[in-house]
Write a protein that binds this ligand. Structure first.
Ligand code: T6T
Length: 322
């Protein structure tokens, strides 16, 4: 098997910094601001890791923070969580919107209550209502996932994307980055995107069914943590670990186990800690009336068995608790 080269794509310590002016707000005096972080979903190592950094950074700034989220990655569940947070009157909210359009109005309502909003991870169709939006280079991450599959299956063949649901800015962008790269390579055939609704069981079913229909699939790109978890199960159930290469986004404890046991060959680890840290910094700037950055793009690290135990590999892994 071709040994997968360790690619470290720190695509952008700096990337995009588009300046904008925070309009300022004098509520919350000095460093005693009250912040809230609304996750995309609870119990997800990505948002847990982000939450740890949010808490740490808030503490440094002398601010308080509470963390809440819906039980499912679903705007109908996230909206009431947000509304209850708004009614607790925080100075600023950091939020990962679960849908680009369905969360637009509820988040706009928060800004109308004079609460500063910072978008972390996912974004909205119109992010201009937020003081800042911080996210990974998701298109670049999807493209890097294809590069990894290409190294693992240089002969080419059929590839499938397992994503979450349409309307999530991050996973949609990853799928696009991946598919555009596949389409530009005549050795590979794009089997399209299937949606798991963030349920590992559904992702596993998608993969076993896809392998029945196309038994010669060579690669799967799983666009987030739960899609990767389920895709790995599906390939194991079909007993096709030697044939199907899986590259998954995110690096939670389950993904690392799958990498160690050889079901998954590469992980695109985001920087949830950095997203949370910058999110708090931007929120505080907005509250102090200082200039904020409209858009901040963070990088990613490709983690494989080869660099998993290196300092850089270890630093890229997500936490399941602070
Ligand atoms: O991949 C992350 C996050 O970036 C995405 O928006 C939703 O899924 C995760 O939270 C992982 O489960």
């Amino acid at each position: 098997m071709t040994k997968l080269k360790t690619v470290v794509a720190m695509a952008a310590a700096s990337a995009l910094f588009l300046a904008a002016c925070g309009s300022g707000d004098s509520s919350g005096s000095g460093g005693s601001y009250k912040l809230s972080f609304v996750q995309g979903v609870t119990g997800d190592a990505f948002y847990i890791t982000m939450g740890c950094a949010v808490q740490e950074e808030a503490k440094k700034e002398g601010a308080t923070v509470d963390i809440q989220g819906p039980q499912k990655f679903d705007p109908t569940q996230q909206t009431p969580v947000l509304q209850s947070v708004v009614s607790s009157r925080p100075d600023a909210i950091l939020i990962a919107p679960t849908d680009v359009s369905a969360m637009q109005r509820p988040i706009e309502q928060a800004t109308k209550q004079n609460i500063k909003v910072v978008l972390v991870d996912t974004t909205l169709n119109d992010p201009s209502i937020a003081a800042s939006a911080i996210a990974s280079d998701n298109v670049g991450g999807g493209k890097a996932a294809f590069e990894a599959i290409k190294q693992l299956a240089p002969q080419g063949g059929k590839v499938l994307v397992v994503s979450v649901q349409p309307g999530i800015s991050t996973t949609d962008a990853r799928a696009k980055g991946f598919q555009d790269a596949v389409k530009a390579d005549s050795k590979f055939t794009d089997l399209g995107v299937q949606y798991s609704q963030n349920e590992p069981q559904k992702a596993a079913q998608i993969v076993t069914a896809a392998l029945q229909k196309d038994p010669d699939i060579v690669g799967i790109f799983a666009a987030n943590l739960f899609s990767a978890e389920g895709s790995a199960t599906g390939v194991r159930q079909a007993n096709k670990q030697d044939q199907v290469k899986i590259v998954g986004f995110d690096a939670g404890p389950d993904q690392v186990k799958a990498l160690q046991d050889g079901t998954v060959q590469a992980l695109v680890a985001q920087q949830p800690g950095k997203i949370g840290q910058v999110g708090v910094q931007q929120a505080i700037k907005a509250l102090k009336g200082e200039k904020t950055e409209t858009k901040v793009q963070t990088g990613f690290t490709i983690v494989t068995k080869d660099n998993l135990d290196s300092p850089e590999g270890k630093a890229a892994l997500y936490k399941s608790s602070c």
